[in-house]
Design a protein around this ligand. Structure first.
Ligand code: ZN
Length: 160
């Protein structure tokens, strides 16, 4: 069957940046299993996968506007160093986990000046052109329950 809204798709993928640097891959891990058409993947990749079937290989170059968007200055937050526990350990480039009103978020410490710490909450892949090499391993219809939950159950998905 062909990939369409409300199919469950199993993929192997490799993601590189424009310089050919490996960013992410399913190689050596479990393939990715997701429910197509509910925004589980970035829009540009879902569009490239539409109508493909088991065994197809998809080579896709996705622009930032169809991926993780542009970097935003309003996602740089100035906070006080004394507000952190274990601040001895802090250094620029370090990842920290924050509690926000939307739940936990990852930020990068982009600058430390005295007690001023600048946190960067932009997605690490914002502004990047993404180069995907994807192989469709399997396509099956989603169950009614998966469609109503908006995610995949069973192998590679949720168990509950
Ligand atoms: Zn569920």
């Amino acid at each position: 069957m062909n990939i369409a809204a409300h199919t469950v798709v199993t993929l192997n993928y490799t993601l590189k940046d424009s310089d050919g640097v490996l960013l992410d891959t399913s190689e050596g891990r479990q393939p990715l299993v997701y429910l197509h058409g509910v925004g589980a993947l970035i829009p540009g990749l879902e569009k490239e996968l539409d109508d493909k079937q088991k065994g197809d290989q998809v080579i896709a170059v996705i622009q930032p506007e169809d991926a993780y968007g542009s970097r935003r200055d309003d996602l740089l937050k100035l906070v006080s160093k004394s507000g952190f526990q274990g601040d001895e350990e802090m250094h620029e480039g370090m990842q920290v986990q924050l509690q926000t009103e939307h739940g936990p978020a990852i930020a990068i410490i982009s600058k430390i000046e005295g007690d001023d710490v600048t946190l960067d909450l932009n997605h690490p892949l914002a502004d990047m052109v993404l180069h995907f090499d994807v192989t469709v391993v399997d396509v099956r219809p989603a169950t009614d329950e998966e469609i109503s939950h908006g995610h995949v159950h069973g192998p590679g998905g949720h168990h509950h």
